[in-house]
Design a protein around this ligand. Sequence first.
Ligand code: SF4
Length: 285
Amino acid sequence: MEIPSASSPAPESVSLEAKSPFEMRTNLGEAVPDIDVRAALKTGELGFLHSFTTGSAVDGPGIRLVAWTTACMFRCQYCHNPDTWTLRNGIPVPLHAAIDEVRKYANGLRAMNGGFTLSGGEPLMQDRFAARLFAAVKGMGVHTAIETNGYYSERLSDDELSTIDLVILDMKAIGREQHRRVTGLHNDEVIAFCRRLAEIGRPMWLRYVLVPGLTDIPEEMGAMAEFAASLGIVERAEILPFHQMGRYKWHRLGIDYALEATQSPSNEAVSSAVAIFRAAGLAAV
Ligand code: SF4
């Protein structure tokens, strides 16, 4: 998709579609004036997106169309896409253009029992855009999912949450201090969001990134698994092995990268982590 230049300040030559979020993108929204950014965040009429990816099989059930937002409040040591931390690194996309993009694929997504996933960055940094986009996509009869770190979840009302069929929660840690160590912020809101989802009976998938020397802590994983199982809504727990595909972005952005020498976990370490989540009664993979 080429961004319609008549209704968007995006560079005409930039395509919204990318092979994956590992494509480096910066400064694509730098021409948007501050006043328009503030209006965009308030109304959701305009969103900032790193890209769309078609045909994903790993971002929710079935084959997915994924939109990757820019801006994030966390600074995860293992972040694969630090170019998505900054709102204006994304392409400014009018809400109607984002809706049209999903509509293009709606028939196929329904036919393949797939759907639309909004990921990031952190999608709820642009909560009005996210809420309005989900409402429109839900209106097309397409399955909807959000991949979120949960920190700004209170920005969505229960009605807005009801337009999201699945919450994929990236849980960074269960311990408050460990969460701060991994992300720079505490996790009070994340825990509260889990409890809220349980109260209103919304399905959730949990994702946990296994990083040798940082998150491969059996007690931490055990406590997280027990907590997740106690919610009664977690349909699936995914252990994601850390990898270095995003390292070049840290280098090119000039950000200190604490995991420079960290290796991917061994197959045995991944199996051990999966076993911890399964022992709590979760469907872990
Ligand atoms: S929440 Fe996601 S996008 Fe934000 S810093 Fe962490 S890994 Fe990166």
